[in-house]
Design a protein around this ligand. Sequence first.
Ligand code: GLU
Length: 477
Amino acid sequence: MYGVMNSVRTRFAPSPTGIMHIGNVRAALLNYLFAKQNNGTFVLRIEDTDQQRNIELGTQHIIRHLKWLGLIYTEGPEVGGDFGPYFQSERSDTYQKHLEILHEKDFVYRCFCTPEELEIRRNRQIAMKRAPRYEGTCLKLTKEEVTQKLNDKTSYIWRMKVDSSKKVSFKDLARGVLEFDLQHFSDFPLTREDGTFTFIFANCIDDCEMKMSHVFRGEEHLSNTVSQTVLYQALEYALPTFWHLPILCNQEGKKLSKRDKGFSLDDVENQGFLPETICNYLGILGASFEQEIMSLDLLAKNFKFDHLHGASQIKYDIEKLKWMNHKWIASYDLDKLVQLCKPFLAKQYDLSKISDEQLTLFIKLIQNDLQTLLDSVDQLKFYFEKPSVRRDTLSGIIEPEKIDLLFNILKNEPTTPAWDQFLSNIKPKTKAAGITDKEMFGTVRTLLTGSPKGMQMNDLFTCLGAEEFFVRIKQQL
Ligand code: GLU
C-alpha cells in the first residue's frame, strides 16, 4: 500500500546531535514547501533517542534556525499538536507497545551476540568480500537456550526478522516505485543494549503514529527505508511516499562536509546571508525555474514536485548563493537592511559615532554593491577607521612624478560645500598639470578611504560631509 493517505503531513526530524547544516535545511525546506503547496501540515519532531550524542541546546538551535528561515511548523515542540509528544525521548511507551505487538506476531527475536562477536564476524565477511550482514545466529537458538541466557542475565537486543526470500517496494517521488530484494538486508536491531530504541525503529513508528503522508529525507537513508518497509508491513501500516533527496556536493563532486565553506547554517548566517536567500537557493537547486528569485510563498506555488529527476548528487555553489544574496539585499527595504547590517557593524565599530540617519544614507549608497551583510563592514571601514596612506600605496594609481603636483593642487583647494563645485575648481588645474581624471579620482579616493575602489566619489563626498572630506585629504598630504 503506498500513497493512500488523504491529508498531506510532512515532517522534519532532526537529531539534536550536531550543527544544523545546509543539507538538513534543504530537507526541512522541501518538506515545508510540499505541505504548504498542498494545504498540509508541516511537523517538527526531535529525534533525541541517542542521549550520548545529543548536544546541549541542540533542540533550541534547531527551533531558532527554523524560525529564522521562516520554515514555520504547525505541530511540534513549543506549539504542540494532536500527535505529540514531539520528542522521541518522551515516546518510549509507544515504541515499547509496538515492540510487544511485533513480539506477539513473532516478527522479532532476542539477540545475545556481543558487539565484539558481531565485529569479528563482520570483519570476516568483509575479508571474504561478502556484504556484511547479521547471519541470524540467535534466530537459531532453541527456547531452552533463550531461557537459559535470560536466567543468566545475558544482555540482549531485539532484532526484526527480515524474510530474505521476499522483495519489498515503496514509492519514491523522483524515481517511481523502487523494488528491493531482501536477501541483501539483515535482521536489523530495534533496541540497543541499554534498552533504548534504535533510529530505524523509533523513526518508523513515529512516522506511522504521526500519520505522515510523505517522508522527504537525504539519500543516505535509502537502505533504512528498505528496512522500515518491513516494519510498515509487519505492523500493517500504510506506507508514506518517500523522496530520497540527492546528496549535496561541493564543486569537486565530494559530499559537502564541515571543511566546505558555507556548510553550516551558523556559518552562512554569520557571513551575512539572508534567510530568504538560503531558502531560495536551496529551493531552486537541482531544478530549473524561469524566474530564479523566489520567496517561500512563490517557491511553494511554483515548485513542481511531479517533475523531479532522480539525480543522486547536486552541487552546492557558494558563488551562486552570493549572487542570489546580492539580489535579495538589493531588493530589501532600506530600513530593514540597516537593522540587519547593524549587528555586523557593531561587532567591529563604535556605532555611537554615527547617527541612524547617516547610517541609513551609507547603507543606501552601498546597498547595490553588497553580496553579504558582512560586506558592509569592509565597505564602510573608511568612515570608522581613517586610513593612513603611504606614498607607495599610490603607485599604479597615479604616475609617481605627478604625485607632488596633485598634492600641491589639493593643498590649496578651498573647502566647498558641494562635490560639483570641488570638481569645477580642481579640474582646470589638474588638466593643466597633465593629470588625468582617473589619476585624480583614484588618488583622492585612496587618500579618503585607503582604497582606489569603492563607492562613487560624489557619494563619498556626501557620506563624509564636506568638512571631513577636506580635513581628511589635507591630513594625508
Ligand atoms: N534523525 C534523522 C536524521 O537527522 C531523520 C531522518 C529522517 O528524516 O527520517 O538524519
